[in-house]
Design a protein around this ligand. Sequence first.
Ligand SMILES: Cc1cc2nc3c(=O)[nH]c(=O)nc-3n(C[C@H](O)[C@H](O)[C@H](O)COP(=O)(O)OP(=O)(O)OC[C@H]3O[C@@H](n4cnc5c(N)ncnc54)[C@H](O)[C@@H]3O)c2cc1C
Length: 531
Amino acid sequence: MSPLSVLIVGAGPAGLMAACELARRGLSFRVVDKKAGPTDLTNAAAVHARTLEIFAHVGIAERLVAAGQKWTAMTVRSGRKAAVHLPLDRIDSSFGGSLLVPQSVTERLLETRLTELGGRVEWLSEVLTVEQDAKGVRVSLTTPSGVEVVESAWLIACDGLHSLVRSQVGIEVEGEDIESRYLVCDVALSSTRSPREVVAYAGDGSILGLFPLGDHLYRAIGNLTDPDATKAVVETEIRSLIEARSFGEFEVDEVKWSSPFWIHSKMAKHLRSGRIFLAGDAAHVHSPAGGQGMNTGIQDVYNLSWKLALVTAGHAPESLLESYEAERRPVIRSIVHGTEALTKMALSKSRLRRWLRVAVMGWLNSQPRILGKIAARLTQLSLGYRGSPLLLSQKGVRGLRPGDRAPDVVWRSTSLYEALGDQVHTVLIFSGLEPRKGDAERIQALEKRLQTRFSPLVRFVRVEPKETGRLGILVDEDGQAHLRYGLPKGGLAIVRPDQYLSFLAVRWSESEVEKSLEVALGSCLAVPVQR
Ligand SMILES: Cc1cc2nc3c(=O)[nH]c(=O)nc-3n(C[C@H](O)[C@H](O)[C@H](O)COP(=O)(O)OP(=O)(O)OC[C@H]3O[C@@H](n4cnc5c(N)ncnc54)[C@H](O)[C@@H]3O)c2cc1C
């Protein structure tokens, strides 16, 4: 087999994230891109709370937050009167909102982090052909020093919308293009609106979204009413387009950059062909509504990388990798369809639909629970893998189920996510807010059994309400974690390396926990798989 484990094609946000992940997990890899360096464009300005949580593990969240503009609310207006206000600062994440930051900054920070981790992008290196057989992948590449053939065990295609890898392996895409021509621009605006608020205006067949990037700079996206407009006409149109559609709430001071674009709403029919995986825009493209694109690509590779690490190290069978498509495709489908429906609804000229839009907005303003669910969805915190083949049981506790994102809990000196890390599966044993005598022996027996079977792939963390001085205890000040996991009387949770729940129960048996871990690890064997 090839000594190179993974070749990553494309070093946009998805490819750079994949490279950082594989570097952190100790895999041998190369990452190539035909461009000369990272983008200098603002493109994907939205980095959602779930992505920030992941970036905290990668080690760039603090730097990104320092470079960006906090996004804590969104107001959507329909015409002059109707508006719905969506607070993002009450979401269930320690980041208390999402972030607006140019894609150029995100890519630069990911590339810097990759260098810190000992990796580097091979720029000006273009993949020309891709072949694979049962043992590996063979790729021809033009580099500044000539044509090279690279062999690797696996390939992650992060080569964007027009993915060459996807077309060479014959994976089809399904979906459509949304008819209408759009404009994206960076503009300096004056307004009395909060610089932490995104504002979207839906009119009679028109939309405009304004995303603050700090220092009066905004990313503006809107549809163009004249589909044949040339670039020169477009630039003169921007000022009146923004000022008229925002009912004068924003005044244009300067147009810094603009570009026309079309909205695609498509996804690959499969995310895997043999030894090749698709991630990012190579796997899905959708309307910019809600800024989901880049975030979804980053989640793709976060899902894939820990699985590739386990399989490559021989700790799990290749069947674990089948869960990548099984878990990610439903998430991608819901994002593609959701953003498409929102865009069509916002653009609709039908009087009935506009009436419906206004009526729904009015109703939503009095529904804080539903607004909370919309915020959790927008920030990607509520996306999960309930239908995953890696789950033994679908049973959960009080609305929280296996497949859901494991909630974070923040204490004075640490957080649950900090304690969990993201390298191995963690068995969280909740003692209960009033621990019972006699449980200690049962827990010790479980730890011993699982350690014999799964060490070093699994670690144990006991969550107890009081400091006892023993090692490996997480002190649950105020009982927050017990309550958040619905386990005030004690219980057990298994959390995957990517912070999704594999198991959650008040009552458990040793064999049930063992079996759940086996399934979560793709029917993992205690001894490395022989190849
Ligand atoms: C104007 C605009 C605004 C957007 N706004 C948002 C937003 O607000 N929020 C959001 O989440 N998303 C947004 N997006 C989408 C976002 O930019 C993309 O989802 C994101 O860039 C996709 O990342 P990626 O790494 O999958 O692909 P890309 O960024 O497209 O990177 C693909 C890379 O592959 C390289 N490549 C291609 N073919 C080859 C080859 N044969 N050999 C070697 N290298 C190759 C390319 O050079 C490129 O660097 C926006 C996009 C645009 C255009």
